[in-house]
Design a protein around this ligand. Structure first.
Ligand code: BGC
Length: 759
């Protein structure tokens, strides 16, 4: 059978791993070159293309070159995740994904490498602009739209970088040491949600080590958790160059090495000598065949051409909703349509619209702020104000900017981080804005007090004290190719800002909880802050921030009324609220739901965590009802003791809010919990026995028998004894009660076992 097939008769859908020789199976587990799967001519298995992402298509013209950043086909440059994450609009993200999928079909790309959903552990992280949030719920529930949208077009995505790629410093080797609870609650849920709800065709492993094991060799991650627990059906590929041992990677569950290290012959030997089992190589190769079969239909479509203008329009809408209005004193924004605007700052002419590195897209079009103002025929005077390099400030540029500011009604000051300051490959070392831009801003504010700043940056920056020089601040992030139009749309009120921050802006980077262990050393970084990342730390420990997570203003005003929270089962709830646009301007509000831990929580938990949100678009004066369901994960913590999620019985708080610091209403609900009681043993303490359903009965029986004289009596009124007893493992009761203590220990354990056995 094996060698009898010819390519003419084959349909990829019908080829199975059984039709392949060992050499062919091995060949499927590495790329054909840097951007293709390996083909098998004999069987007609095509070597489809896969390429970067994640906020547009980066397809190199040369097809095979490993890295040819400058020479890529034009594709729509949508806002990078730094911007898109502020939309809080999964439907819009899905539209962007769909458009990206269409571009893949045209360009015959079977898999686009993204989205990247690693947590922004620290705003200095070099790829913050490519990642979605400091919050795993938000990251997962937004980025899932990219996967759904792209895959609706019959092409695949690659959810990356699995897992814990949260810094660029030493990213190829760093060993991230993270407790399981922290992983489960913070660093894995975005992956988990997307895998469970959208089945990305592929997942890309991370370069780094996690608790000592490289991402590419981590069987716990790639097989136990991803496939067995979450039900992942696709293939796992390596990040570029992340495989160091083919056999270890294949055994861990990594199907595809990218780019190839041309060591397939070693894989064959490893199977022959038993280092890789037949079953495992079959499974890994079968995954590759299935992936190819899934892509076949879209890859066979001839002559499909995407609509460049329509995709530019999608990019513009995405950019509009990405913009966050941070401040708007005296309602300076929006500017009157006929205002004379001094547009100051090189960014208005040379926009910063994406980050550096493997995600660099070659846009189909580009509209700068100046282009859009020209298009509209707006009355403006432009002065570049500063250069984007490190040269000292040019006095002539300052002078020109001041002249422009003096003669205008209002100033749009376009400032930000130059490209060289933010990229894949290195972390930032500070949050400061370039000094010459800040100095110019302070001079401009002295000659014209009506300054609105438009900020371009991929992650949080230091906001104080410079923001005192601006009446209005728009966080415009990196907005992709239609960003210039989107900024002008917002500045003149043709679009109403509705973005909300997906990351906290600290007052000072020293306030960030991860700084004690950032970025680590000697190839190791400890995630010592645990689950207290971003607002989870700031809000729990009342640390002031410049702008909180979830924050963003609007030209509209809103009321949130009639909040009701009801338990819908022992571990779930439903939140109802009415939202009213109380202004004369159409706009959108994001209703955010945070959950406070139970009063009975057995572990330290953040004061609140985002567990639901809904963006509501409301015409002027409109009222709408919002319902947000809270599933059991909304209340659960990861119990290391039980090795599972647990919802304890208790009273939980449910907050409806417009940012993590703007809580509109706080309700409490009592939940019965999951009725799970981890087994107790002799090392469980007396307090734990009392808190356990069965243990409490054993304690009660012991006390009753003590009163009846059938067991040694516990001195119930002796507070000192009670205090000692509470935290004492039950095997130590002899310390307090001598020989009698042994009897008590034995009784407790036996009675508990009997109660538990009876259910
Ligand atoms: C990056 C990935 C990217 C790959 C291919 C790697 O260095 O970490 O995100 O998809 O290169 O360009």
């Amino acid at each position: 059978m094996e060698n009898s097939m010819t390519n003419a008769a084959n349909d990829v859908n019908t080829i199975s791993v059984k039709d392949l020789t060992l050499e062919e199976k091995a060949s499927l587990t590495s790329g054909g070159d840097a951007w293709h799967f390996q083909k098998i001519d004999r069987l007609g298995v095509p070597g489809y293309m896969l390429t970067d992402g994640p906020h547009g298509l980066r397809k190199e013209n040369s097809e095979t070159a490993a890295l040819d950043m400058a020479n890529t086909v034009p594709a729509t440059c949508f806002p990078p995740a730094a911007g898109m994450s502020s939309t809080w609009n999964p439907d819009l993200v899905r539209e962007v994904g769909k458009a990206m999928g269409e571009e893949c079909v045209q360009e015959k790309v079977a898999v686009i490498l993204g989205p990247g959903v690693n947590i922004k552990r620290n705003p200095l992280g070099g790829r913050s602009f490519e990642y979605w949030s400091e919050d795993p719920y938000l990251a997962g529930h937004e980025a899932v739209g990219i996967v759904e949208g792209v895959q609706s077009q019959g092409v695949g995505t690659s959810l990356k970088h699995f897992a814990a790629n949260n810094q660029e410093t030493d990213r190829l080797r760093i060993n991230a040491r993270i407790t399981e609870r922290t992983l489960r609650e913070i660093y894995l849920p975005a992956f988990e949600h997307i895998v469970k709800t959208a089945q990305p065709w592929t997942v890309m492993c991370a370069y780094n080590r996690l608790n000592g094991v490289f991402g590419s060799e981590n069987r716990w991650l790639l097989t136990d958790v991803l496939r067995n627990e979450w039900g992942f059906k696709g293939i796992v590929m390596s990040d570029w160059g992340a495989v160091h041992d083919r056999a270890a990677a294949l055994n861990a569950g990594l199907n595809l090495e990218m780019p190839p290290s041309y060591t397939d012959d070693e894989v064959v030997i490893a199977v022959k000598n038993g280092a890789i089992s037949e079953e495992q190589i079959d499974m890994m190769a079968q995954g590759m065949l299935e992936l190819t079969a899934k892509a076949e239909e879209a890859m066979s479509r001839e002559g499909f051409v995407f609509d460049v203008d329509e995709h530019h329009r999608v990019a513009r809408r995405a950019a509009q909703e990405s913009i966050v209005l941070l401040k708007n004193e005296d309602k300076l924004l929006p500017f009157a349509p006929n205002a004379h605007v001094a547009v100051i700052g090189e960014f208005a002419r040379t926009p910063r619209y994406q980050g550096g590195g493997s995600s660099h897209i070659n846009p189909t079009k580009m509209t700068t702020i100046l282009d859009e103002l020209d298009e509209r025929g707006s009355h403006y005077t432009f002065a570049p104000g500063f250069t984007l390099d490190n040269s000292l400030q040019d006095a002539a540029l300052t002078q020109e900017a001041l002249e422009a500011a003096k003669s205008a009604d209002v100033v749009l000051f376009c400032m930000g981080l130059p490209e060289a300051e933010e990229s894949e490959g290195f972390d930032r070392t500070h949050l400061d804005m370039p000094a010459k831009q800040l100095e110019l801003l302070s001079y401009v504010a002295k000659v014209n007090s009506n300054v609105a700043v438009a900020l371009s940056n991929g992650s949080a920056v230091q906001m104080n004290p410079w923001q005192d020089d601006a009446k209005a601040v728009l966080e415009t992030w990196l907005l992709g190719q239609a960003g210039g139009s989107a900024v002008v749309d917002v500045v003149f009120g043709d679009a109403n800002p509705s973005g909300k921050l997906a990351q906290s802006f600290p007052l000072d980077i020293k306030d960030d909880p991860s700084m004690v262990n950032w970025p680590g050393g000697e190839q190791t970084v400890d995630y010592g802050e645990g689950v207290f990342v971003g607002y989870r730390y700031y809000d729990t420990f009342d640390v002031d921030v410049a702008y909180p997570f979830g924050f963003g203003l609007s030209y509209s005003t809103f009321d949130i009324l009639d909040v009701k929270v009801e338990a819908t089962s022992d571990t779930t709830a439903l939140v109802h609220a009415m939202v009213k646009n109380t202004s004369s301007v159409d706009g959108a509000q994001v209703v955010q739901v945070y959950v406070n831990p139970a009063d009975t929580t057995p572990v330290q938990r953040p004061v609140h965590e985002l567990k639901g949100f809904k963006k509501v678009f409301l015409k002027a004066g409109e009222l709408a009802e919002v319902e947000i369901g809270l599933d059991s994960r909304a209340f659960a913590y990861w119990s290391e003791k039980s090795n599972n999620w647990r919802v304890v019985k208790g009273t939980y708080g449910v907050e409806v809010a417009t940012s993590s610091r703007d809580i509109v209403s706080r309700e409490t609900i009592a939940l019965e919990g999951d009725h799970y009681y981890a087994p107790l043993n002799e090392w469980s303490n007396y307090g734990e026995f009392k808190a356990d359903l069965f243990g409490a009965k054993a304690v009660e029986h012991m006390i009753e028998l003590g009163r009846a004289g059938e067991l040694p009596a516990i001195p119930e009124d002796n507070l000192g004894v009670q205090m000692f007893l509470e935290s004492m493992p039950v095997n130590s009761m002899a310390v307090l009660f001598g020989k009698d203590g042994k009897k008590l220990t034995q009784f407790l354990l036996e009675d508990y076992a009997a109660e538990r056995a009876n259910g």
